[in-house]
Design a protein around this ligand. Structure first.
Ligand SMILES: [Mg+2]
Length: 265
């Protein structure tokens, strides 16, 4: 776990976690039956030394930090690490400070392309820039019915990646960067490539997580376009439960029932 510390950013991480749990937020960790949400949040708090928890979200960093301003999501506590901006940002879970080792690599991929993306998207029908401080990507609200059908192709031709998720969020990303590729880079830097990893999500911007080949939990409320990928994701389990209920169900499916039960007993 030396690499992240060399970057002079203090991240307090478990020495030898039994599990790395990577959860999307909206529709996943912030959804589901309220009793199951509380149960999962308490377990994550109790098992901070056993379970390294990473958020992987399409939100921007500030919006993740704001989750903890009110007690709305209590007893959810801050994770060990945050992957935000659909994989374009990695930050410490406590301070929300950037982890430069990963972020600088992504920044280099984005810096040259950002002006072209701005030029192509300016004045385009059916998309509107989201009023967020998106980092190393561009984030739009999109209405696919009003968009030029050739827009995504024009963007891809400029060497960027494009993800339309939940039918309304359009993200333009540096090439090859998504939640899954960034997760893999983080695991490499943390020397955690042999530790069990479980990922969980509900929309197309989580596809990269499932494509890593780690044990995956597609929660019961997953969007139809993500469900279409399921036959090509052999390591991914489709839960019946929504949000946290689905995460708990999936953890049991993958054999972590004892880890769940021991700490709840
Ligand atoms: Mg989601």
């Amino acid at each position: 776990m030396r690499a992240l510390f060399q970057s002079q950013v203090q991240v307090v991480l478990p020495e030898a976690p039994q599990l790395v749990l990577v959860t999307d937020l909206d529709g996943t960790l912030l959804a589901g039956d309220p009793a199951d949400r509380r149960r999962l949040y308490r377990w994550l708090d109790d098992c901070r030394e056993q379970v390294l928890h990473i958020f992987a979200t399409g939100r921007e960093r500030r919006s993740v930090a704001e989750l903890f301003d009110a007690s709305e999501h209590a007893p959810l506590r801050q994770p060990h690490l945050v992957i935000s901006d659909v994989g374009c940002t990695v930050a410490c879970g406590d301070s929300f400070e950037l982890v430069p080792l990963v972020v600088e690599e992504i920044e280099r991929l984005w810096a040259d392309r950002a002006p072209t993306v701005d030029a192509i998207t300016a004045g385009e029908p059916g998309i509107k820039q989201q009023p967020v401080a998106a980092e190393r990507r561009q984030a739009f609200y999109a209405d696919p019915d009003l968009m030029d059908p050739g827009l995504l192709e024009r963007l891809r031709n400029e060497g960027v990646d494009v993800v339309l998720s939940d039918g309304r969020y359009l993200d333009v990303l540096p090439p090859g960067v998504n939640k899954g590729t960034t997760l893999q880079r983080v695991l490499e830097l943390l020397e955690l490539t042999r530790t069990d990893v479980v990922v969980a999500g509900d929309t197309l911007n989580d596809l990269g997580l499932f494509q890593t080949g780690h044990a995956g939990i597609m929660v019961g409320n997953a969007e139809p376009l993500l469900l279409e990928w399921l036959p090509r994701l052999p390591q991914t389990y489709l839960a019946k439960g929504e949000g946290c209920s689905g995460i708990l169900e999936g953890l049991r499916h993958f054999g972590f029932g004892r880890l769940l039960g021991d700490s709840l007993a």
